[in-house]
Design a protein around this ligand. Structure first.
Ligand SMILES: [Zn+2]
Length: 323
């Protein structure tokens, strides 16, 4: 473990917000989430070092890795297709471009970009995911992180879909992205929203705390400040969190409350109901899931409108060099 200063302003004074366990995967340890007293950035401190963090990504349980292993249908999902279509429109349909997807997982977002005529490249730490992208999708994806990409390369677009919060120094990552972007290049980022109603409601039980894998928790304000400091101008910031986010949180919360009420039951271990991680549910459970989605559709829409949805997406442009 290591203790660190704030990644955004380098101050060391911070207040404790939550003490949490790994409620998503049940790994041992208690982790402190703190808020910088100077700039408001929220981060895990102390935290596992870069050399230790791998132990907290269990290849057979971690949801994104399981999703990779269980992928039979090699088609980008709806969100990946929507993101690709939006970006293609942003750059002008038919013009194409070059994209680097950092933490690209199985590469399906890159496949969606290829369909719009883009030249694609990806980098991803998980070897199984890289093998899938190489062998099944024939995509140029390499094992590693953004620091393994040669500075001789340059891109029109660099994307971080639910990745920046996992990095040990988002500031260094963004500075590196700046170096790798062409003049006027665009950065696209999606992160969980610390300022969300969901986080304020579920507190220590918020699924997106995901300690100790999420090392940083951004609000629209702290991410914007960091981007400005790393040579980017904000082009667009919007909340478009799917209703699955609050629904998963609420269902897990209800499940945990039920288990607490019946502590002698032989049910599954508490706190493992990460989205997508369960076996096929009974008819009653399926009805409950559907009813929860339905009930939360309107509140989730309103939260997104108010920039208080469970996650947010940012598009930022590389700032022109001053002359
Ligand atoms: Zn700070």
């Amino acid at each position: 473990m290591e203790t660190i200063p704030c990644n955004l302003c380098h101050h060391e004074s911070a207040r404790l917000v939550y003490e949490v366990e790994d409620t998503n995967y049940g790994q041992p340890g208690v982790f402190s989430i703190v808020e910088c007293s100077h700039c408001g950035l929220v981060y895990l401190n102390p935290r596992p070092k870069a050399s230790e963090i791998g132990a907290f990504y269990l290849a057979d349980q971690y949801h994104p890795f399981r999703a990779i292993q269980q992928t039979h249908n090699i088609r980008p999902n709806k969100m990946q297709r929507q993101r690709a279509a939006k970006i293609a429109a942003m750059f002008g349909h038919g013009t194409g471009g070059t994209v680097l997807d950092v933490g690209c997982g199985n590469g399906l977002f890159l496949l969606a970009m290829q369909a719009h005529g883009w030249q694609v490249q990806g980098v991803e730490p998980n070897e199984t995911a890289v093998a899938f992208a190489n062998e099944r999708l024939n995509l140029p994806v390499t094992v590693g992180d953004i620091f393994q990409i040669s500075l001789l390369e340059s891109f029109d677009l660099i994307t971080f879909w639910d990745v920046l919060e996992h990095t040990h120094s988002p500031k260094d990552v963004l500075l590196q992205a700046n170096l790798l972007l062409k003049p006027d290049g665009v950065l696209a980022i999606n992160v969980p929203n610390w300022a969300s109603w969901e986080r304020k409601l579920f507190k220590e039980q918020w699924i997106a705390l995901d300690a100790p894998r999420h090392l940083y928790h951004f609000s629209p304000e702290t991410l914007t400040t960091m981007l400005n400091g790393c040579g980017f101008d904000l082009a667009e910031l919007r909340c478009a969190a799917p209703v699955m986010n609050p629904a998963s949180n609420l269902l897990r919360f209800l499940g945990n409350a039920r288990r607490r009420a019946r502590p002698t039951g032989n049910g599954p271990l508490p706190g493992r109901a990460a989205p997508g991680g369960s076996e096929s549910p009974s008819a009653v459970k399926r009805w409950l899931i559907r009813a929860t989605y339905l009930a939360l559709t309107w509140p989730n829409f309103m939260a997104n409108v108010m920039r208080r949805g469970g996650s947010f997406t940012v598009f930022a442009r590389k700032r022109k060099a001053e002359v």
